[in-house]
Design a protein around this ligand. Structure first.
Ligand code: MD3
Ligand code: FE
Length: 200
């Protein structure tokens, strides 16, 4: 376990890098604007037929869901064109955050961009569509704060709450990589989350 200043113990495999992306936050918001001008945010539908409350788009290899299931694609299914290239600023940030958390050599090939308007949330789930579970996932929070839910390897395991704010980076890997996680409804404002991933 790792303890922060207040003695809160984070589970093994989770590293909270507070303010790690703060200096780049404006550049990251500009990237979100550029990507979403080409590949607009949309509320994708789960295989069960429910529209997700978080709106999504991608750069590089892109995570998608529809009635057929969850997967990564090179093309945006809405346009048929390739997702915008993964910008260097995102590759670099992912690599530096991964290295800071003990994952030297991590190189993301895709970024899922989530937008949470007021009330949007994400239910408890595991990220299992990536090809290489030895790679971590790097999460960058921008805009309004949110509460992450972080559980265990079973949906019924107890969950820990972690507040994330503008500029915070959280790295999930090793024993935390397949943990259930989610996001509580955003209370006010707009929140963006970038997840830098190794999809293949
Ligand atoms: C814990 N996004 O897109 S990132 C997702 O804030 C997703 O938008 C949330 O969960 C968001 O799949 C949370 C935090 C996160 C990402 C990956 C994880 C937590 C994780 C992988 C394993 C364990
Ligand atoms: Fe997830």
């Amino acid at each position: 376990m790792q303890a922060d200043l207040f003695g809160v113990a984070y589970p093994p495999g989770l590293a909270a890098l507070r303010g790690f992306a703060l200096a780049e936050a404006e550049a990251l918001l500009a990237v979100i604007g550029q990507v979403s001008a080409v590949a607009p945010f949309r509320n994708m539908v789960t295989p069960g037929g429910h529209a997700m409350s978080a709106a999504m788009t991608n750069a590089g290899l892109g995570w998608v869901t529809d009635r057929k299931g969850y997967r990564y694609t090179a093309e945006d299914p809405e346009s048929g064109a390739r997702w915008p290239d993964l910008p260097e600023v995102l590759v670099g940030l992912g690599a530096r955050a991964g290295a800071a958390a003990g994952f030297a050599g991590f190189t993301p090939d895709g970024c899922l961009i989530n937008r949470y308007d007021v009330g949007a949330k994400m239910g408890l789930h595991q990220d299992i569509n990536e090809g290489d579970m030895s790679a971590p996932i790097v999460s960058v929070s921008l805009g309004a704060p949110a509460v992450f839910l972080f559980g265990g390897l079973k949906r019924s395991d107890p969950v820990m709450k972690i507040v994330v704010e503008h500029g915070d980076v959280v790295v999930w890997g090793g024993p935390a990589r397949l943990a259930y996680h989610g996001v509580m409804p955003v209370k006010a404002g707009v929140r963006y989350n970038l997840t830098l991933r190794k999809a293949l």
